[in-house]
Ligand binder design. Structure first.
Ligand code: UDP
Length: 463
């Protein structure tokens, strides 16, 4: 067993670091050694958990001071070029030292690491860290259904296997340009996704590990004939799932400092009374959107915990809000929190989220219903699943001008927090998904068994 040594190559962002660290812990628990590799743009800034069997092998991606969304086009080329070279050297050196990597696993869009591995005869696997449904969408877009998506407009819908009917507003934002709420230059992203799908297709019967679970995306996991997708999630700390390791309460690789100054306040709030708001680790939310959310929150009069990161320009977003003073006293604004822990707190009644996949899964695993406010990327498709498939949240809608108003935010928050029939239904469904998530990672659960089978396959292939 000791000879199973995985090189885990991940994109240097929080949304990749968190599930990957949890994935690494699970592989280590099953007897593998894992070396986690990513660029210095993240590795220079993140805490590194001390776990026997896990070590780190950073490479220079050319952005050692840290990565900003505006850098992404140039960064992508820099990381790919430097990273390919560094990984090839690392894999070759380890082989020459007699302690070779037996497998390379890479996260979504890091397909170039798979190319390097293939060139050096190391088997490679994709760890997909978005929903299976989103892989279905991209796969079908880049194979036989591209025109269907491109020709879809107005109120038309697209039907592809394993995916609920999608309108334009439900497509991942890389497939359309009109409705996205953040305007980074993302030419590289759609090409990266195309190349990612091509890399999956190189193999005759590829297998993809997906951070989801069978009950949540049963059809989506089985929707691509050629690709065997297996759910191995949710990849969140074990203390909140099977409870086998009560000390495993955090991912352990934060890029930002947690102030912790909200814990006492949360403890003092009644059960299910607090609205938690956060927009992930990456995108700056435009002020126009923050203004409407803040006003909606003030009008709801509900207590809240709101993660408002400093912008990349170093501004504190709350200082610009017109209703700044009214917000003070109603709730708490923090720069960063231990989100998985917060979502488990009994005082939290709903999560107003950008629908990043980690945030969504963390909410599912905590049984917290959602207000879905997608900004970009896969978040639009995730919002569709949250509202229409899993029925554990409501999605905000724009008015005729496409603006989501304060009234709409208030309506959605009150719907999820409220004691009416709809609120009850959402809470009941959220609880159902939480129970199913927990069941999936137990020793007889689908995600546990899928990961165990993957480990067995790695060992068989090696011998
Ligand atoms: N997160 C956190 N504290 C915060 C905000 C976010 O720990 O204050 C974590 C969150 O738990 C999740 C990750 O950051 O694991 C964000 O990933 P997600 O996929 O939701 O969004 P992204 O950052 O990729 O947009």
């Amino acid at each position: 067993m000791e000879d199973c040594h995985v090189l885990l190559v991940i994109f240097p962002g929080q949304g990749h670091i968190n599930p990957s660290l949890q994935f690494a812990k699970r592989l280590v628990n099953l007897g593998a050694k894992v070396t986690l590799s990513t660029g210095f743009s993240a590795m220079n800034h993140m805490s590194r958990p001390q776990i026997p069997g896990l070590d780190f092998a950073p490479f220079s991606d050319g952005y050692d001071a840290g990565l900003k969304p505006d850098d992404l086009n140039d960064f992508w080329v820099s990381m790919k070029t430097r990273g390919s070279d560094a990984l090839a050297k690392l894999i070759t050196a380890r082989k020459e030292e007699g302690r070779p990597f037996t497998r390379l696993i890479y996260t979504t869009i890091m397909y170039w690491a798979g190319v390097v591995a293939r060139g050096l005869h190391v088997p490679a696997t994709l760890l997909w860290i978005q929903p299976a449904t989103v892989l279905d969408i991209y796969y079908h877009y880049f194979t036989e259904y591209g025109d269907l998506f491109r020709n879809c407009s107005g109120n038309q819908v697209v039907e592809v296997p394993g995916v609920p009917c999608l309108g334009v507003r439900d497509f991942p934002s890389f497939l359309f340009s009109t409705e996205t709420n953040v305007n980074y230059d993302l030419d590289w992203a759609i090409e990266a996704m195309r190349d990612q799908i091509e890399e999956i297709n190189v193999e005759e019967s590829p297998k993809v590990l997906v951070n989801t679970f069978d009950a949540l995306e049963f059809d989506a996991l089985r929707a691509i004939k050629k690709v065997r997708m297996v759910g191995i999630g949710p990849l969140i700390p074990s203390a909140y799932l099977d409870g086998k390791d009560p000390s495993d309460t955090a991912f352990g690789g934060d890029l930002r400092q947690n102030s912790n100054d909200y814990v006492e306040w949360l403890d003092s709030q009644p059960k299910n009374s607090v609205v938690y708001l956060a927009f992930g680790s990456y995108a700056d939310v435009p002020n126009t959107i923050l203004e409407e959310i803040a006003q909606g929150l003030v009008n709801s009069k509900l207590p809240f915990l709101w993660v408002l990161r400093e912008t990349y320009k170093g501004e504190k977003p709350e200082e610009k809000l017109r209703c700044k003073e009214e917000l003070e006293g109603q709730g708490k604004i923090v720069r960063w929190c231990a989100q998985v822990e917060v979502l488990q707190h009994p005082s939290i009644g709903c999560f107003l989220t950008h629908c990043g996949w980690n945030s969504t899964l963390e909410s599912i695993a905590s049984g917290v219903p959602l207000v879905a406010c997608p900004l970009w990327n896969d978040q639009f498709s995730n919002a569709k699943l949250i509202q229409d498939v899993w029925k554990m949240g409501v999605r905000v809608s724009g008015n005729e001008e496409g603006v989501v108003t304060a009234d709409e935010y208030k309506r959605c928050i009150e719907c999820v927090m409220g004691g009416g029939e709809k609120g009850e239904e959402l809470r009941k469904n959220a609880k159902k998904w939480k129970d199913l998530a927990k069941a999936a990672v137990k020793e007889d659960g689908s995600s546990y068994l899928n990961l165990k089978a993957y480990m067995d396959e790695m060992l068989t292939l090696k011998s």
